[in-house]
Design a protein around this ligand. Structure first.
Ligand code: C2O
Ligand code: CU
Ligand code: CU
Length: 455
């Protein structure tokens, strides 16, 4: 705090202060146990450029990483100390509708919300963030987001790096539009709503210019695109290959060697990468339609820690389906400029249920971003609450290896058509599907589906 005050005084006095680059990468604290508390609070984030007012969970910016094992009770109290309403949504979790934390589960200013259920899905890297109608983009932008790790007996039996913050490193990547005084505020213009509120600075776990100093070895990086609407391509500065082992909802049946990955906001990947001792390499993030940034500098010491093999195969994620799906639905992502961000010609209304799906059925959802007609040609994404789905096809072709596993969010460039296979089970109730470009979502590109019992 002292340093912050000195910096602020110097900045106010008009001095240019250079903060030494290469501050250690912050690792969000781990929060696990029988009953957890997340307090939404106001905070202050210090960046090399200066200071910004922010929001955080149990801290100034972002939140702790919640870790559960399959079968654990999800026993989390969320306390909203702000003077405005919000919600907290558990993105990627299979859960009862009333625990989902979507726009229907408002946590009023000054109140407490107590979702309860049993964690029952396979090991994966998920995340949490607010989801209030029309306010999601702003609340996330100001700092409200955190990771959720789910482990199960299978993931625990694997010989891959799993020591949190040691060789299993979370990377929450976000871009922010930092003003000259170091502050950032959410103040989108018309162009920002359409193209996304793209920043001029890249933050990883809430720090810019961060550095990770570790011994040589095999590392598991869990990457979340935690931005509002930016599409990221991540790669290493020397082009070194890495092994993609998991995506949104868990492990890939076949891991895949790659040199770059594209993530839209909300998507996650887990990768394995080897570093030799005494190396220096950077994680580069190219923002679609914008600049390239060094997300993180990695420097290895002369020591060696553990090297592990990169597994080639994992237990596949299966969705039970008869020969034919129980139903097929179509979702058309439409943007007609400011006047309309719609799905199937409708903007979001909490008073309208758009789709009714029977419990214990498997459906194919065809999601389309048309590049014809009246529509503006913008990329969009599509995210579904409660379920992890499989991609059956992309533009008529089977998905590439790195998209051939459980997912909850997909990226659609203009002209793309995806077929998804979804299984609805265990819970009835109302959930959301939407474009995960938060500026589009807040402009109405969202709908509600209700899982109902057969009649
Ligand atoms: Cu991460 Cu409905 O969102
Ligand atoms: Cu979600
Ligand atoms: Cu969109």
């Amino acid at each position: 705090m002292m340093i912050t005050l000195v910096l602020r005084a110097l900045l106010l006095a008009g001095f240019t202060v250079s903060v030494p680059a290469g501050l250690p990468l912050p690792i969000p604290p781990l929060l696990e146990g029988k009953s957890l508390e997340l307090t939404i609070q106001e905070g202050v984030l210090t960046l090399p450029e200066g200071i910004s007012e922010t929001l955080g969970f149990n801290g100034d910016y972002l939140g702790p990483t919640l870790r559960f094992s399959r079968g654990d009770k999800f026993n989390v109290d969320v306390i909203n100390t702000l003077d405005e309403d919000t919600t907290v949504h558990w993105h990627g979790m299979h859960l009862p509708a009333e625990a989902d934390g979507g726009p229907r589960q408002i946590i009023n200013a000054g109140s407490r919300w107590q979702p309860r259920f049993t964690v029952d899905q396979q090991a994966a890297t998920l995340w949490y963030h607010p989801h209030l109608m029309g306010k999601t983009a702003e609340h996330v932008y100001r700092g409200l987001a955190g990771l959720i790790y789910i482990e199960d007996s299978y993931s625990k039996s694997l010989d891959i790096p799993s020591e949190y913050g040691v060789n299993d490193i979370p990377l929450v990547i976000q871009d922010r539009r930092i003003r000259r005084d170091g502050s950032f505020i959410f103040n989108p213009g018309m162009h920002d709503v359409m193209q996304g509120y793209i920043g001029n600075t890249l933050l990883v776990n809430g720090a810019s210019d961060a550095e990770l100093k570790v011994p040589g070895g095999t590392y598991r990086l869990r990457v979340l695109n935690g931005s509002n609407s930016s599409i990221y391509r991540i790669r290493f500065s020397d082009g070194r290959p890495f092994t993609v082992i998991a995506l949104d909802g868990g492990f890939l049946p076949d891991s895949h060697r790659m040199e770059q990955l594209i993530l839209t906001s909300g998507e996650r990947y887990e990768i394995l990468v080897d570093f030799k001792p005494d190396e220096e390499v950077e994680v580069i993030t190219d923002i679609y339609n914008s600049e390239s940034y060094t997300a993180l500098k990695i420097e290895t010491t002369s020591e060696e820690a553990f090297y592990t093999d990169h597994p080639e195969q994992f237990r596949p994620y299966e969705i039970s389906m008869a020969d034919r799906p129980d139903g097929t639905r179509r979702f058309v992502m439409e943007s007609r400029g400011m006047s309309g961000f719609m799905i199937n010609g409708k903007t979001m209304s909490l008073r309208r249920i758009d789709e009714r799906v029977q419990i214990d059925t498997t459906e194919v959802w065809v999601v389309e971003n048309p590049a014809t007609g009246m529509m503006m040609r913008l990329p969009h994404s599509f995210h579904v609450h409660d379920v992890q789905f499989l991609i059956r096809s992309i533009n008529g072709e089977p998905p590439p290896p790195w998209l051939s596993g459980p997912k909850d969010t997909i990226l659609l460039f203009p002209g793309d058509v995806y077929e998804l296979i979804l299984r609805f089970e265990d819970y009835e109730g109302i959930y959301m599907y939407h474009c995960h470009f938060l500026e589009h979502e807040d402009s109405g590109m969202m709908g509600q589906f209700e899982v109902v019992s057969p009649r």
